[in-house]
Design a protein around this ligand. Sequence first.
Ligand SMILES: [Zn+2]
Ligand SMILES: [Zn+2]
Length: 266
Amino acid sequence: MIRFTSLGSGSEGNALLIEAGSAPGTRLLIDCGLPVRQAVARIEARGVDPMGLDAILVTHEHGDHIGGVMGLARRTGATVCLTRGTHAAVHVRSTDACNGVALRIIDSHTPFEIGCLEVQPFPVPHDAREPVQYVVVHGAIRLGVLTDLGMLTPHVERTLADCDGLILEFNHDPELLAASSYPESLKQRIAGRYGHLCNRDAAGLLGRLDLGRLQRIVAAHLSQTNNTPDHVFAAVKEVLDGVPDNFHLATQEEGFDWMVLEAAAD
Ligand SMILES: [Zn+2]
Ligand SMILES: [Zn+2]
């Protein structure tokens, strides 16, 4: 069994808590873009002792993903796992950012283990130095996380083909984005190949995946300006025969509460 909960999802800050194994088990966080105090409070509100965190996996150096990572790692002793490119980007910004933090430099194509979990990183097209996303595996159970990418690639789709749970970016509705008051350069960045995934592309991916295996699907990293839940649902309905019962939304303020993935019965 894997269980997972979001502490917040969106351009104001992201953090995903994942837990597996019998006590004490393994606990990791993917990203921490929340202020440290807020992250600690939200982890505690989920019934977890922050000092029990084993690792923080970083996807890339944008503030909504890395803002609280080093501070939380210093406070909890969790190991920070990040690619060489992400580490270099952090270092360029501040040479002492990683002081007092246990770092593990990962390769963007090479799986590694954290306690009872196997972590499979994979590269994504996004405007950062060496961005990755992750599939977290416990036994036969696979949880895929995919946000912050401008477009889908064959490698991304292959990597996510056999997941039991999927957290998927539904960033924006292209028409809302085009009509928004954002500067033209920002609109182009978001809609571009190294920006963010629009509703239509995310829904298109769902249409190509084996939904029979997916126990939970969560739409994440929604823009608060250029998207609404109704736009997300409409995009899903274009591709599927309606919005599945196991389709959920992550919010900026609440994230979402614990969800459980069980090993599929053969
Ligand atoms: Zn982001
Ligand atoms: Zn980003």
